[in-house]
Design a protein around this ligand. Sequence first.
Ligand SMILES: Cc1cc2nc3c(=O)[nH]c(=O)nc-3n(C[C@H](O)[C@H](O)[C@H](O)COP(=O)(O)OP(=O)(O)OC[C@H]3O[C@@H](n4cnc5c(N)ncnc54)[C@H](O)[C@@H]3O)c2cc1C
Ligand code: SF4
Length: 327
Amino acid sequence: MSLPEFRLLRPRAVHEAVAMLGKHAGNLRVLAGGTDLIPSMKQRLFDPEYVCDLRGITELRGIRQQSSGAVEIGALTTLSTIERSTYLRQHFPVLTKAAATVASPVLRNMGTLGGNICLDTRCLWYNQSLAWRKGCGFCIKKDGDLCHVAPGGSKCWAAFSADTPPALLCLNAEIEIASPAATRRLPLRDFYTGDGVNYRKLLPTELVTRVFLPAESADCRGVYRKLRIRGSIDYPLAGVAVLVKRSNGMVVDARIGLTAVNPAPVLVRGLPGLLGGKIIDEALAEAAGDIAARMAKPLTTSALTPEYRREMIRVFTKRALLAAAAN
Ligand SMILES: Cc1cc2nc3c(=O)[nH]c(=O)nc-3n(C[C@H](O)[C@H](O)[C@H](O)COP(=O)(O)OP(=O)(O)OC[C@H]3O[C@@H](n4cnc5c(N)ncnc54)[C@H](O)[C@@H]3O)c2cc1C
Ligand code: SF4
């Protein structure tokens, strides 16, 4: 498959990039590592007139520790850099563990944290060539008006399938968004909509520029578990991030983030009441697994059945909690 024709824009600074976004809004796609954008353009999922290549914006690369213990990560920082950061491994292990499972080493050398956060939702009926999709009459997510997964409905249920966002949700991360007019900051949990088509709250004139990890989320135990078909290189079909803060063995705080089983990454609700002040054992971990599985609403958007993916959320949550609680 070949790429469609486009004009390449190469800004050197954030203000140049957002000016380009402002000028060509709606007819431009942002390219970071390109590991998802380029294959998607070959499949004609996107056919923009302009591609804005962010890779020349050096100010958006790198991990900066702040004296408070908080950390700022540029949106263009590669997943390999995150995976290999000694500081992040020590203080924010749930993020480095999730980053280390994305795709393959070569793709992690190219793929960025910003691109992972902004990754398009995925579905068996969508991530296909133009000819394939045309043969099926297209669907709501692109060029059509019906959903093959939930016929009769008007919503797209394509699954949000990136690995680092559930870990970032557990860390209470915030993101910075730049536009031609201003810069705003919002909690990552408010970024996703839960709709498979318009899956993120980002205007065509806006760019994700930075990610902030708060100091109060540092030094917690973190585990990430992922279900995929090809262990060496594949998107998650179910993913669980677990963060646990303990004192004298008892849970002070626990957060669980899920990915690939809903149109948005989600934080599991109701955990403080279940786990707070307790020592995690088999029964508690199992109860948390049941709660997590209830929040997972997978549909037939991928090669594995929804039932299996939901069950693996239950199993992974239990295992991840026990691993996080092990001495
Ligand atoms: C074979 C294969 C396997 C993969 N497996 C996984 C996997 O296991 N887990 C996983 O999470 N991903 C996987 N991916 C997808 C991809 O490699 C990663 O998600 C990667 O992190 C995307 O980052 P990128 O910088 O390459 O994004 P790009 O491809 O450059 O961009 C992705 C999307 O985000 C937008 N975007 C990028 N940066 C910004 C920004 N700063 N602001 C606003 N919008 C932005 C782009 O316009 C595009 O829509 C896989 C891809 C392939 C080809
Ligand atoms: S969930 Fe439905 S509308 Fe969305 S991509 Fe899949 S088939 Fe298309």
